[in-house]
Design a protein around this ligand. Structure first.
Ligand code: ATP
Ligand code: MG
Length: 242
């Protein structure tokens, strides 16, 4: 269970999040909404990049906002960004290994964890490549492998399918669905690819101008006229057609 209560973020005169409350219970849940809706801001509050003015975040009984950003990572928070945070000069293997730096696990356990993540993401043939040499898809897979090491409890993916082909996005979707089996972590996904969200997210939160417009089973929220209206003029694909 991931419960957000009254999250509020203001940038000068702009209310980026306006008292947003929601409770996600599914293994994989989505956050959708037009550009500037507050989706990334929500993840920034959860990860500790931004402070909410008041409010609370409870994840499986942990008061997340009371922990420092560093402590949240140690607790098991993982995140991928709209622009990946892959170190350009490190190999894929070292990029993933860096995520276990904070872990107190033994070397053998870290190694096993690394191998599991590599196998999960299917990236054994690019392990020696430097980050700078990766294409978009390889970066996303590496990012995903980084998220599943070190016993994660909450994994947040910000537009994981952005810039991918349909087939690549579909495969990434399969992997995201497999995260919960591999790690037992809950997953939150932001994406503009509504087909992907519908396929992998049981529940979805819709934001627009920092406000919660709807929340519930993904199919039913996509049928909501207010949700469709929020997308008009922004997306010509499934959301606008739905
Ligand atoms: N650090 C910041 N300073 C000022 N304004 C910001 C900052 N970060 C975000 N904003 C503004 O807050 C609003 C919400 O931004 P956010 O990045 O959460 O949108 P988003 O839903 O992730 O959009 P997108 O789909 O384009 O990624 C936007 O109007 C954005 O311009
Ligand atoms: Mg964003």
């Amino acid at each position: 269970m991931i419960r957000l209560e009254n999250l509020t973020v203001r940038f000068g005169g702009l209310l980026a999040l306006d008292a947003v409350s929601v409770e996600f219970t599914a293994p994989v849940s989505g956050i959708i909404g037009p550009n500037g809706a507050g989706k990334t801001t929500t993840m920034n509050v959860l990860s500790g990049f931004l402070d909410s003015k008041g409010g609370r975040v409870d994840v499986e009984g942990t008061d997340l906002l009371s922990l420092s950003a560093h402590a949240r990572t140690r607790w098991g928070l993982r995140r991928s960004f709209q622009r990946e945070q892959i170190a350009e000069d490190l190999s894929v293997r070292d990029n993933i290994l860096a995520m276990t730096d904070h872990s107190r696990a033994s070397r053998a356990d870290k190694r096993a964890d690394l191998e599991r993540a590599i196998e999960f993401a299917g990236i054994s043939d690019i392990l020696a490549k430097p980050g700078a040499g990766l294409n978009t898809y390889e970066r996303r897979l590496t990012d995903l492998a980084r998220c599943v090491v070190g016993q994660p409890r909450l994994i947040m993916l910000d537009e994981p399918a952005g810039g991918l082909t349909r087939d690549e996005a579909a495969h990434l979707g399969d992997l995201i669905l497999g995260i919960n089996d591999l790690t037992s972590a809950k997953v939150l996904v932001i994406d503009h690819d509504v087909d992907l969200i519908e396929r992998i997210c049981t529940e979805t939160l819709v934001l627009d101008f920092g406000k919660r417009i709807d929340f519930g089973p993904t199919r039913s929220i996509l049928d909501n006229p207010a949700v469709r209206a929020a997308y008009l003029g922004f997306e010509t694909g499934a959301a606008a057609d739905a």
